[in-house]
Write a protein that binds this ligand. Structure first.
Ligand code: PEP
Ligand code: MN
Length: 341
C-alpha cells in the first residue's frame, strides 16, 4: 500500500501516519520529496485495512497495491476449484448446465421441466421458491411448498437442485432441500448472509450484483470461503448499463477476466443477462467460447403462462436445440458436460 501525503504535509502529520502503521505492526518506508512525501507500507492487509488512513490529516490518497481478496485468487490456489455435487461437477474441465424455470409454480410444471432438462443433458435443475421481485404485488414464490416440489422433481430425474436463499433467516430451511444455495444478484453484498453461507457445507452459487464490479464479486466470494466453505461458483448474469434493449448487459469480458483472476468456477446466466429468448443461444455460445464453466438457463414448459420471466424462458424444445448447439463447442474447449477430466 502507498500513502500519498498532501503537498507540504507537516512532519507531525507524516509522523502520525507512521506511528499508527508501526503500532499496527506494519513497516513504513518514507520517501520524502521537496513537496510530497510518500509512505510505502508493508504488513498484514487485514490489519492495515482497519486503520482507514484516508481520513487522516495530511493524507491525500491511499493506493492499494494488494487485492482486497486472497483465498479466491489464483496466487493462493493456482489450480481450478471443482465443485462436486450429487455425481456431477462444475469447474476444472467439467461444464455444468443448470436448467429450470424462474419460479416453481406447480408439481406438473416442475416435473415436466425436470424430465425435459434431464433428457436434453442438463446437469442440474433450478427453480425459485423465494423470488426477489421488484414489485411487492408480483408473485413472490411458493416458499417451502416450492422447495418440496423442486426436491421431488430433482430426485425423480436424478439431478441436483439449485435454489435461491432470499433471506438469511431461510438459510437452514433452504439447505434442507437444496444441493446448491443460490445468492441472488440483489444479495451479493448481504454480508451477514455470506457469513452464514460460509458456515454451511453446501456449495454456493453467487450471482454478480446488478452494479457490482469484478473486485466486489470476488470480495463477496472471499467472505464465503473465509467462513470455511470453499465450494463457491460465480455467476455472471448481466450488469446495469445505459442500454435498454436488453434487460441487462452481459459482461463476457468479466468471464474471461474472472478465469484469470480466480480458481473458482464461473457460470453465465444469459437468461437474466438479456431478458430475451432470441438472445439466449448466441450468448450461450459466446459464453462457452469466453471460457465459462457452465450456464444457467431458464426453461418453462409454457413460457407464455409463466408467472415470472416468461419472455426470457426457453421451451423444452428450444432448450434441447441449445444443448445440441453447445455440446460440440464445449468439447472444443476441452471440457465435458458434468464431468471433470
Ligand atoms: C434467479 O436466478 O432466479 C434470479 C432472480 O436472478 P438474479 O438474482 O440474477 O436477478
Ligand atoms: Mn428469473
Amino acid at each position: 500500500m502507498l500513502v500519498i501525503m498532501k503537498d507540504h504535509a507537516s512532519s507531525a502529520e507524516v509522523q502520525h501516519v507512521v506511528d499508527l502503521l508501526t503500532e499496527a505492526g506494519a513497516e513504513a518506508h518514507l520517501s520524502r520529496g521537496e513537496v510530497k512525501t510518500i509512505i510505502g507500507v508493508i504488513g498484514d492487509r487485514e490489519v492495515i485495512y482497519t486503520l482507514e488512513l484516508e481520513g487522516l490529516a495530511g493524507v491525500e490518497q491511499v493506493i492499494r497495491v494488494l487485492k482486497p481478496y486472497k483465498l479466491v485468487g489464483r496466487d493462493f490456489q493456482p489450480q481450478d476449484t471443482v465443485v462436486r455435487v450429487g455425481g456431477t461437477a462444475i469447474g476444472g474441465g467439467a461444464f455444468g448446465v443448470i436448467a429450470g424455470p424462474c419460479s416453481i409454480e406447480s408439481e406438473d410444471q416442475m416435473l415436466t421441466t425436470a424430465r425435459a432438462a434431464r433428457d436434453s443433458g442438463a446437469t442440474m435443475l433450478r427453480g425459485g421458491a423465494y423470488k426477489p421481485r421488484s414489485s411487492p404485488y408480483a408473485f413472490q414464490g411458493m416458499g417451502v411448498e416450492g422447495l418440496r416440489l423442486l426436491r421431488a422433481a430433482g430426485d425423480e430425474v436424478g439431478l441436483p437442485v439449485v435454489t435461491e436463499v432470499l433471506d438469511v433467516r431461510d438459510t437452514g430451511t433452504v439447505a434442507e432441500y437444496a444441493d446448491i444455495l443460490q445468492v441472488g444478484a440483489r444479495n451479493m453484498q448481504n454480508f451477514r448472509m455470506l457469513d452464514e453461507l460460509g458456515e454451511t457445507r453446501k456449495p454456493v452459487l453467487l450471482k454478480r450484483g446488478l452494479s457490482a464490479t469484478i473486485e466486489e464479486l470476488l470480495s463477496a466470494a472471499e467472505y464465503v470461503i473465509k467462513g470455511g466453505n470453499r465450494d463457491v461458483i460465480l455467476c455472471e448474469r448481466g450488469i446495469r448499463t445505459f442500454e435498454t434493449h436488453t434487460r441487462n448487459t452481459l459482461d463476457l469480458a468479466a468471464v474471461a477476466a474472472l478465469k484469470i483472476l480466480t480458481h473458482l468456477p464461473v457460470v453465465v446466466d444469459p437468461s437474466h443477462a438479456t431478458g430475451r429468448r432470441d438472445l439466449i443461444a448466441p450468448m450461450a455460445r459466446a459464453s462457452v467460447a469466453a471460457g465459462a464453466d457452465g450456464l444457467m438457463i431458464e426453461v418453462h414448459p409454457d413460457p407464455e403462462r409463466a408467472r415470472c420471466d416468461g419472455p426470457q424462458s426457453l421451451t423444452p424444445t428450444d432448450f434441447d436445440a441449445l444443448m445440441r448447439d453447445i455440446a460440440p463447442r464445449v468439447a472444443l474447449e476441452g471440457k465435458s458436460l458434468g464431468e471433470s477430466s
